[in-house]
Design a protein around this ligand. Structure first.
Ligand code: 5GP
Length: 190
């Protein structure tokens, strides 16, 4: 089964996705991106870091299951072949991608199971974005506006199977695992 997890930055979706990966023995799809690698990141583990021309070549060759320019800055894409072979081997495959990409997956793979992680409130989201203390207030405000737009698009698109509020991490991870387990059982029984 293909599992798509999305949510605004600061909502905790990366932690949730990786925990679901470990608990359910899933495979995490490594995306390609044109954004620069951060010091803590490892090529091939966190992302495949590509320059724009190589990214464009792969788009034109149809090598991405979906791709999108996130926040109007850098490009991100899911390698089609890696996902297809993991699915063919019977694995649960997790894509942690933005809403634009998720809408493409919904169109090309209607059987995908898609979960959107919501913050408990806008006030709490802003508090979490500030709490990371990695960025200036201007950057935080920009991320906050982008987050609100992404939440709105996710809701109005109706594309997600479930919206889960991340009030506290552990219960949220439990809830996501339970939803996925139930969906896999349903898919097997059909
Ligand atoms: P970051 O640069 O902080 O790692 O990721 C920024 C955003 O890009 C996140 O919302 C993340 O979910 C999204 N993203 C990461 N990989 C992909 C991908 O392959 N496709 C799409 N559409 N979005 C992605």
């Amino acid at each position: 089964m293909l599992l798509v997890i999305s949510g605004p930055s600061g909502v905790g979706k990366t932690t949730i996705s990786h925990e679901v990966e470990h608990r359910l023995g899933a495979r995490f799809s490594v995306s390609a991106t044109t954004r620069p690698r951060a010091e803590s990141e490892v090529e091939g583990r966190d992302y495949l870091f590509l320059d724009e021309s190589e990214f464009r070549r792969r788009v034109e060759a149809g090598e991405f299951l979906e791709h999108a320019q996130v926040f109007g800055r850098h490009w991100y894409g899911t390698p089609r072949e890696a996902v297809a072979s993991q699915l063919a081997a019977g694995h649960l495959v997790i894509l942690e991608i933005d809403v634009q990409g998720a809408l493409q997956v919904r169109a090309s793979m209607p059987g995908a199971f898609m979960i959107f992680i919501d913050p408990p409130s806008e006030v709490e989201l802003l508090r979490r974005l500030r709490g990371r203390a990695r960025e200036s207030e201007a950057v935080i405000q920009r991320r906050f506006e982008e987050a609100k737009r992404e939440i709105e698009l996710a809701r109005t698109s109706g594309a997600y199977d479930h919206h889960v509020v991340n009030d506290a991490l552990e219960p949220t991870i439990d809830a996501v695992c339970a939803l996925v387990t139930e969906a896999r059982r349903g898919a097997r029984d059909r």
